[in-house]
Every structure is written in C-alpha cells, then in structure tokens.
Design a protein. Sequence first.
Length: 416
Amino acid sequence: MLSKLKSNTLWISLAGLGLLMLSLAYTVYAIENRPEPEKYQEAQRKVLVTVEAISVGAHQGRVFANAEVRPKYEMSLSSELSARVESLHPLFETGRVLSKGTSLLKVDALRFQQEYAQAQQNLAQANLNLQLEKQESKQALLEWQESGFAKAVSVAKGSKIAKESKGSKIEADDLRLRKPQLQLAQAEVEQAAAALKLAKQNLDRTEMRLPFDAVISERLVAPGQFLQAGQAVATIYSANDLELTVMLKPSEWQLLFGANHSIENYQANIILSGDDGSSWQAKIARAGQTFDRQTRLRPLVLRVVQDPKQEMSLLSGNFVGVEIPGRVEQGLMAVAASSVSSCGDLWYVDTKKRLRSFSADIAFQHKGTVYVRPPAGLASQSLDILSSPLPHYVNGQQVEVQRLNQLAVNRRGAAQ
C-alpha cells in the first residue's frame, strides 16, 4: 500500500515537470517567431511662418522723446522801495498775459520826488561852487604872476609855475594856486550828479513795470499795502519765450549730429506734438555740456517757435512728444515692430527654409517701424523676416514659408 502511494506521487511529479518543460519550450518558440510590428513613419510637422522680404537701405534717423514745456524766464518780482501802494493795473491779475513795459502798480512817490528835487538843487549848487573855484584859481595864478618874487615866470599846462630870481628858483605850491580846492569842487559836482541819477532811478521805480512779456502766475500785493524793499509783489514767467529740455543717449547724439556732436549747422525743424493732435515747431537753443550723473544722459535744450497764426498756442507746463530729424544713415533695415521678439531678436528664414535669428541693433523707431542695423554678414542681402515670431522657435528649425502679401490675399478670399 505504501509503495503504491509513492509510485503515484512520482508519476504526478514527472507529469508536472513535463508540463513545465513544454510551457517553457512553447514560450521560447513564441518569442523567437513573433510577428514584426507594423512600422508607422510619423511625418514631421513643419511650422507655418509668415515672412516679409526686407532689404537694407538708407533711412533718415529720428529721435523721439517726451518733455515738459517750461518758460525761459521765471521770477519773483520784488519791490525795490519801501512805500505804500497807491494803485494797481486793472489787469494785474493771476493768469493774465501782459506785455513788456506794462505798469503793474504805483507807490506813493512824494518822498522820492522831494529827494529828486533836492538832488537837482545840490547838483546846481555844486556846479556853481565849481565855477566860483575856477575863478578863484585863475585869480590866485594871476596874483602869483604879478608878485615881486620873480622877474620871469614860465607857465606850462599841467606843470608847476617856476620863478627865477638872481640864480635862485622859486616855485608856487598847489595850495597857493588853489588846486586842491578846485579838485574838491569838481568831486562835489560828480557826487551830486550821481546822487541825482540815483534819485531819478528811485523816482522811476515808484512805478513797477514788467521786464518782458509775461504771464502773471500769482499776485501778492493789494492797494494800500505798505511794501518793504525786497518784498515780492508777484510771480511771473515769460509768455513767449518757451523752452524744453530733452535728455538724449550718446548714440542718439551721434544719430542726430554725427561723431563730433556739433549742433552748429543743424537747421531742421523739430516737431512737437500734443495729446490732442496739435503740433508746433522748435529749434535747437543750446546743448548741455555735462551728463546727468544718474541717467548718464546729456540734455538738449529746444526753443519753441511761436506762430501767431496758429489757433492752439503752446502753454507752459504742457507735456509734448518731440520728434527730432537726424542724419541719413546707410545700411538700415525697416521692419515692423511686431517682428522684434520679446527677447529683442529678429528671426528670418534662410535659403534652406530653416529658422535663424540675430540680436536686433535698433537705431531708432518711428510709427510702428523699427530701423535695425543688421550684422555685417547679412548687410548685403535681402532677408525673409518673420512678421510675428513666437517664443518657442529654435535656430535650425524647418518651417513652411508664407509671404505676408500672400496672407493678405488669402484673407480677402476667405472674407468673400
């Protein structure tokens, strides 16, 4: 019984081992004879890009900036006398524009009239004293010549009087001839004349006048008010002399005036434009001779050209756009602003329809057009510039090309 049980177990083990060997053999056979999978060659998808053929050429440089219009003269008008205000000009009000020489106010002039009259009297008295002293000097000279101290007298202009007597020489001194008294009288005349001039000046200052065509920014005085010398009566600024300062980079100076940065021969009209579409003209007034320490920019001061026929006048404080025409520069590419990527690169398609790029060296921009200096190796050929490059483009990428004018035709056809 026991031997029969052992025999059955052996047969079961051998059968299991056989099945295992058959399974392994079948697996190996299936692996070695499995069919080849179907191979699908995925066609590479090419990006469609829109390009425009751009060539280098000559373009006039332009510099664009923004600036605030400021008056050339801005000052606090002060009284030069201590006196009471008698009257004000009826148009002496904030915001009024008054012409040069307009009398803004008058102060009590009685004291200054008296001082002027006294100065006239002092000058007349000094002139009289001078004439009397001249007569005295002539009389002293005559008396010396007729005195018995000398046989002969020699007289020369500007020299002393000499007298000879028996081998001895006697000279008349200046005091005897009243020369110091004559000099004193002459000095008194000069002093009286200067005092009269000062009195006349003070009398004229009792009426305060505008030194130039001005806008009254603020009035600081009222009728009957007592003014002290040096007290401000108004704040004014020039009405017709307006300027603005434009800060330029060294490259912009070179674009406008060349390598020597000279403004002497610059005659072009500079255009100023307002937010409402109004425009004015300006000329170069002067160039700053220092660079700003923080921005490293150099100032260029412009003078506004006033046109009496223009309806809309340019006012102080206006913020305007400035367009300054520059020199004609060769070798520039004019591309749309959208062609410059966010990284500042220009992308183009080479002859093998692969993407290439270079850093855009921008000379200037004008009304949506960017003027770029291409690399030396590309300056002599026309390039297919991408109109709107995307950030994920890479150099060497194969693309399909569509011309910008062809895209416009396709769009018109789709619209119809």
